[in-house]
Design a protein around this ligand. Structure first.
Ligand SMILES: *[C@@H]1O[C@H](CO)[C@@H](O)[C@H](O)[C@H]1NC(C)=O
Ligand SMILES: *[C@@H]1O[C@H](CO)[C@@H](O)[C@H](O)[C@H]1NC(C)=O
Ligand SMILES: *[C@@H]1O[C@H](CO)[C@@H](O)[C@H](O)[C@H]1NC(C)=O
Ligand SMILES: *[C@@H]1O[C@H](CO)[C@@H](O)[C@H](O)[C@H]1NC(C)=O
Ligand SMILES: *[C@@H]1O[C@H](CO)[C@@H](O)[C@H](O)[C@H]1NC(C)=O
Ligand SMILES: *[C@@H]1O[C@H](CO)[C@@H](O)[C@H](O)[C@H]1NC(C)=O
Length: 395
């Protein structure tokens, strides 16, 4: 445990220099839902993807609708890469090496990614890079809560883009902003019937947030560790391909697992490329858990336990049995607000309020998603966090 704490602290050392002094924390918010006003970035559009179509063609409509936004985002990533390596060699490397990865990816992801590159006319290597983005740096908050009737609610903030370009004029993180127009809700169907629904990014084929209506809900949060995604990706490139990409595993589970127990088993035992937290909710009382994963095994499965007064499980980016990193404690404020809400009052409205409280809402928050397994409802909202709001550059 000591080792883990030291690891996260070292890993996040750059935060020391980049976080604002941090007095943007707020009292628990109320009355934020349904969203309107300055912290409401906008509604997220819906698309249907048919799993009956061949993988290469199934994303055509989504990508065609967001082609310009995808090009803008990829361009921003390239500019960022070129600012690190002015010769342009980094981008050239991506264009040369990453297309070779695509054929090593499992079906249907390989075919889908090629199809997306075709429709968008973005070089294949750059679409591959976008699809392994998750392994780079995501900070998030996810919570599964049970109400007094035994209904399970699952909600999350997805925070992305830390250290990825600071826009001084707008006081925002460049990639975070460029990702927002790519956020889409997708209804995945077979035989014209919904199999699962997800909040995702146009051009991205893995899943970070999803619901299988009436059965389970699933989100992924990143877990920082030195034995992390970089090592996994390197091993993959070098030919050790036993492990599963984290967001691909989540997609497979949403698409093909037909019960909470089966999903839990898959997420617990499948070897993965990067450490992660899987946050899973089921359709019955007591079915909610946080699975803490190393690349090879589950260190812990932490479940809702009403008898112990644990009517929700909440995960940010630190092992629940350890203290969060002191400069990035989103857990304590989130739990304070959950505790104040009480089990009797849990709903989309109150969960949205919790996720709208700084620093749970922050400059990296791209979207908030709310899911109710019993009705199959998934709602998502783009977010904006007006200054003062961390994490933020001094200047
Ligand atoms: C700042 O935001 C405005 C409005 O959203 C946008 O037009 C402008 O390009 C942004 N500035 C930079 C430097 O990206
Ligand atoms: C789905 O619905 C469309 C029209 O609504 C129909 O043309 C198509 O055959 C249906 N597909 C399946 C697999 O049932
Ligand atoms: C789900 O299972 C079907 C049938 O076995 C398979 O064709 C499909 O590729 C699987 N989906 C994913 C995402 O693994
Ligand atoms: C809950 O999920 C199980 C599968 O694990 C399913 O058999 C059952 O019908 C679901 N219950 C409801 C109320 O949808
Ligand atoms: C919230 O309530 C739980 C259960 O009673 C308790 O263990 C936890 O310490 C509380 N957390 C905060 C931040 O209030
Ligand atoms: C919970 O809801 C009840 C009824 O809607 C309301 O009277 C009460 O103030 C709420 N409690 C909290 C802590 O928000």
């Amino acid at each position: 445990m000591f080792r883990l704490r030291v690891n996260s602290a070292l890993f996040l050392a750059p935060l020391l220099f980049l976080l604002s002094p941090g007095n943007d924390a707020q009292e628990c918010r109320s009355g934020m839902y349904p969203p309107a006003g300055p912290t409401f970035g906008g509604d997220v559009p819906w698309f249907t993807v048919s799993l009956d179509e061949p993988p290469a063609g199934r994303w055509s409509a989504v990508v065609a609708a967001r082609k310009a936004e995808l090009l803008t985002m990829i361009q921003a990533i390239k500019e960022l890469a070129n600012s690190l390596v002015p010769s342009g060699e980094l981008v050239k490397l991506v264009d040369r090496v990453f297309p070779l990865i695509v054929d090593t990816l499992p079906y249907p992801f390989n075919e889908e990614i090629k199809g997306i590159a075709d429709v968008s006319s973005v070089p294949l290597g750059e679409i591959v890079l976008f699809n392994i983005f998750y392994e780079i740096f995501t900070v998030c908050t996810s919570v599964v809560a049970e109400d007094l009737k035994g209904n399970l609610y699952h909600s999350r903030n997805l925070d992305f883009g830390f250290l990825m370009g600071w826009d001084r004029q707008n006081k925002s993180w460049t990639i975070t902003e460029k990702l927002k127009p790519l956020v889409v809700n997708v209804d995945f169907q077979r035989n014209n019937q919904t199999v699962f629904k997800s909040t995702s990014f146009a051009g991205y084929v893995g899943m970070l947030t999803g619901i299988r209506p009436n059965i389970f809900t699933l989100t992924i949060n990143e877990r920082f560790n030195f034995d992390g995604g970089y090592v996994g990706i390197l091993e993959w490139i070098l030919g050790n391909r036993d492990a599963m990409w984290v967001s691909f595993l989540a997609r497979s589970v949403l698409e093909n697992s037909t019960s909470y127990e089966e999903a839990k088993k898959q997420l617990t035992v499948t070897e993965v490329l990067a450490p992660a937290y899987f946050i899973l909710g089921g359709n019955q009382s007591g079915q909610g858990c946080v699975i803490t994963r190393t690349r090879t095994l589950a260190l812990d499965v932490w479940e809702i336990e009403l008898k112990l007064g644990r009517w929700y499980v909440l995960e940010t980016n630190y092992d629940h049995w350890d203290e969060p990193f002191f400069l990035d404690d989103r857990r304590t404020p989130a739990m304070t607000c959950m505790n104040r809400t009480t089990q009797a009052n849990i709903s989309f409205k109150t969960l949205y309020d919790v996720l709208s409280t700084k620093p749970i809402l922050n400059k990296l928050t791209t979207y908030t998603t709310l899911m109710d397994v019993s009705t199959g409802r998934l709602e998502s909202y783009l977010r904006d966090c007006p200054s003062p709001c961390s994490p933020c550059r001094w200047r």
